[in-house]
Write a new protein. Structure first.
Length: 432
């Protein structure tokens, strides 16, 4: 199929179609335009357009290009000939190349030179820009997901317990505590605390100071209730009347002497047998209340003159309180962590105890706070306590909570309190 051919007009330097050059004729392997002399094989002669006479023209073969004035015959005869008489090289090779008769079209090749900023008409296409935003957002999302998983898994580690595992929580003294997971928090401020709590099981403790502990609390009373015993309420108090001196079921005193009874699926036995939690109490007569409760829960209460020791056993359950959250992670059963999860004290609306008690904040406790708890820690603890305490708490309750925040992980705060005891107090408790 014929293709359009172009030649170079030597005067204007423009490419023009052969048909537009005015009656061109071909001879040999060349092209002649506008009445110019016939071109030899392999050559080209171009006139400046239609009209008589020869015009400047160009010819070339084998990569040679020759140009001359009007009337010149620019190409010598023969294939591959050089420039003819009166002609010289006028164009750079590479601007146009002849590939021979019937062997192809004219091919143009373009070169560029820099002429200065904003002085040319070339446009540079910007390189392809890659939009990294979606990739970055995806990576950021994965990072945040990883952090969330680390937070919730790494900081709330839960152990899978072996079948038949039974956990034990112990209370003794002022009060020392060992949680189901083996942590050792302490609770020195006066008030009512959750010991074990979930929707079905509710065990509360009242922690109050004595003269022997210089105001640091010991366990003074325990109460059990909840749907698992038909919402009956069992309370146990120390032996001395000053501190209650009774065992109560639904507010009624029971078992004034050793014996047993059943209520709401719970079996209560009162006797003088059982392994002690604190061997230091072995010199005293034993008065021990054993409660076999539903859901394989057991509570043993050791009644002493002005305080109680406790032992609670149960299989793993979703619980929380002073006995911890029973998840196998010892590190999250600190005093502060327990308060953060369940509150620092029991609200009045949830109180199980039949008889009230007034919280105290002793001079020894006040001096300990001033000397051993910095003002920055006290200020932070107060913020926590205001958030974690019931809305109707008074200043004594707030101070007792702050004391727990400062000394809750110190098992031997009583030794520090003794430094601040008066001479009379020391004599009364046998320290003088």
């Amino acid at each position: 199929q014929p293709q359009q051919q172009f030649v170079l007009d030597a005067r204007t330097g423009q490419m023009v179609p052969v048909a537009a050059a005015g009656g061109a004729a071909a001879g040999g392997g060349g092209v002649v335009a506008g009445g110019a002399a016939p071109a030899p094989a392999g050559g080209v002669v171009v006139s400046g357009g239609a009209g008589a006479g020869a015009a400047p023209g160009c010819c070339g073969a084998g990569g040679a290009v020759c140009c001359g004035p009007a009337g010149a015959v620019c190409c010598s005869t023969g294939t591959g000939g050089g420039c003819g008489a009166g002609c010289s090289g006028g164009l750079q090779t590479g601007a146009m190349m002849y590939v021979g008769s019937s062997k192809g079209d004219w091919i143009t090749e373009t070169t560029y030179r820099y002429v200065g900023t904003n002085k040319g008409d070339l446009m540079f296409a910007a390189p392809v820009q890659r939009n990294w935003l979606p990739c970055c957002l995806a990576l950021l999302g994965l990072l945040l997901l990883g952090l969330l998983l680390f937070f919730f898994i790494g900081f709330t580690t839960t152990t899978t317990f072996a079948a038949g595992h039974i956990g034990t929580c112990l209370f003794w003294g002022d009060p020392h505590v060992q949680t189901f997971d083996g942590a050792r928090p302490s609770f020195y401020g006066d008030g009512e605390y959750w010991i074990v709590k979930n929707d079905n099981i509710k065990i509360q403790g009242r922690y109050m100071g004595t003269k022997y502990t210089l105001g640091l609390a010991s366990t003074q009373k325990v109460a059990v209730s909840g749907p698992f015993i038909g919402n009956h309420k069992i309370e146990v108090e120390p032996m001395q009347k000053e501190y209650g001196g009774a065992i109560l079921v639904d507010g009624v005193e029971v078992l004034p002497e050793f014996g047993s009874l059943s209520v709401g699926g719970a079996i209560i036995k009162y006797d003088d047998s059982g392994e002690l939690v604190d061997q230091a109490t072995s010199r005293w007569a034993k008065h021990i209340v054993h409660m076999d409760l539903p859901e394989d829960v057991s509570l043993t209460v050791y009644r002493w003159g002005n305080y109680l020791d406790l032992k609670i056993t149960m299989p793993p359950k979703d619980v929380d309180g002073s006995c911890g959250n029973f998840n196998g992670n010892v590190d999250d059963d600190t005093t502060q962590a327990i308060f953060d999860r369940i509150g620092a004290r029991v609200p009045a609306t949830d109180m199980l105890f039949s008889r009230g008690a007034s919280a105290q904040f002793t001079p020894e406790e006040k001096e300990m706070l001033q000397k051993y708890c910095s003002s920055a820690i006290v200020a932070e603890a107060k913020l926590h306590c205001v958030k974690e305490l019931p809305a109707d708490v008074n200043e004594v309750g707030i101070n007792a909570c702050i004391f727990d925040q400062c000394f809750g992980m110190n098992e031997h705060a009583l030794q520090t309190a003794k430094q601040f005891a008066s001479e009379e107090e020391r004599r009364s408790i046998g320290l003088a």
